[in-house]
Design a protein around this ligand. Structure first.
Ligand code: NAP
Length: 337
């Protein structure tokens, strides 16, 4: 029997990790087209701390207005507890995973014991993976897939007027910057799976992992500036992005592409045009259909979620403090009893 309240992490104001409060909150309503999921694990992502902080990095006119109190988080793995009458394809007891309602700022509400999920954002959990691995995948893996393989939705791109288009990967030289992080470690694996020669850029302690994930070459950026040694790349996926993405223009061949995953601050479009390099970015969107197509790859071990660390839901503050220290290897995941 489900009670009327559940445990969740809420914020009542913007601020640092200390604003994350473990509280009793009302259970979510299950609206038409939705499924109630009993959450087992929650993957955490940079948008969680951008929102916690009040999106300080965005220009003021872009900062979303959100009502307090607010439950953070988007990525979950869990078990279906109830389904709305109009929902088909999911049943009570199914193990599922999801990136919930992204990009609807503040409406995902994943740092909780229960979350209501629109059925179009939901997929069956990859068989053979545990909830921690499944919860670590959605946002990072969907970002990689939508940047590098298949956009898979028609939502307008708020970051550029034109639609983002992936480029061919087979037999191409693909550079992944920030290769050990949430997005980066899936990018290395997807590029390898699609037949690319993969150059991974990360700090040295990640080298063994990145080779294990399929990197052909690993550059320790703390010793060697990648722009000094990489030439003739076909694609750079720069998971760090920002103004510093400009330095990758010299690593690309004419006709190549630079995808800054975090594009704010990038300001070298003229130079890119002169060099014949396409610069393109996108914003990830929820897609249960893509998660369903990716599930067999996760189930077969073709793609792996690397776990940096886990924390109980009640210790979300410590998880955010860990994230703030940087050098994340894979994903940080919250567990729920
Ligand atoms: N456009 C979208 O829709 C979208 C979607 C998801 C994420 N994002 C953005 O993508 C970015 C990355 O997200 P994430 O989840 O992958 O973050 P993350 O898990 O924190 O990974 C960042 C990685 O970058 C590495 N790094 C730090 N400084 C570096 C440097 N100078 N050179 C190379 N690597 C460096 C870190 O480890 P080491 O320093 O130890 O190598 C870490 O592994 C965030 O800004 C996020 O907001 C955008």
């Amino acid at each position: 029997m489900i009670g009327k309240t559940m445990k969740a992490i809420r914020i009542h104001e913007f601020g640092g990790p200390e604003v994350l409060k473990y509280e009793d909150v009302p259970m979510p309503e299950v609206k038409p087209g939705e499924v109630l999921v009993r959450v087992k694990a929650i993957g955490i992502n940079p948008p969680d701390w951008y929102l916690r902080d009040g999106y300080k990095a965005l220009p003021p006119e872009w900062r979303p207005q959100v009502p307090f109190p607010l439950i953070l988080g988007t990525d979950i793995s869990g078990v279906v507890e109830a389904v709305s009458d109009d929902v088909q394809g999911f049943a009570v007891g199914d193990e599922v995973y999801s990136m919930v309602r992204f990009f609807s700022v503040g409406e995902s509400r994943a740092y909780a014991q229960y979350v209501s999920v629109p059925v179009q954002d939901l997929a069956l959990k990859p068989r053979g993976t545990d909830h921690i691995q499944a919860a670590g995948a959605p946002m990072s893996l969907l970002t990689v897939w939508q940047f590098m393989v298949e956009v898979g939705h028609d939502a307008p791109n708020p970051l550029q007027p034109e639609r983002h288009e992936p480029v061919p990967l087979k037999d191409r030289r693909v550079v992944v910057n920030g290769a050990a992080g949430g997005v980066g470690h899936f990018a290395v694996q997807v590029a390898k799976l699609k037949g690319a020669y993969v150059i991974a850029i990360a700090s040295g302690r990640h080298e063994a992992l990145l080779r294990d994930l399929g990197a052909d070459q690993v550059i320790d950026y703390t010793r060697t500036p990648p722009e000094d040694v990489v030439r003739d790349a076909d694609l750079v996926l720069d998971t760090l992005g920002g103004a510093a993405s400009r330095r990758f223009l010299s690593t690309l061949k004419r006709g190549g592409a630079l995808f800054p995953v975090f594009p704010l601050g990038f300001n070298a479009d003229d130079e890119a045009e002169e060099l014949g390099i396409t610069v393109s970015t996108a914003q990830v969107r929820s897609s249960g259909a893509q998660l369903a197509r990716l599930a067999p790859l996760l189930a077969d071990g073709m793609l792996k979620t690397v776990i940096d660390s886990t924390y109980p839901l009640a210790a979300a503050r410590q998880a955010h403090e860990r994230a703030a220290k940087g050098h994340i290897q894979g994903k940080i995941v919250l567990t729920v009893d």
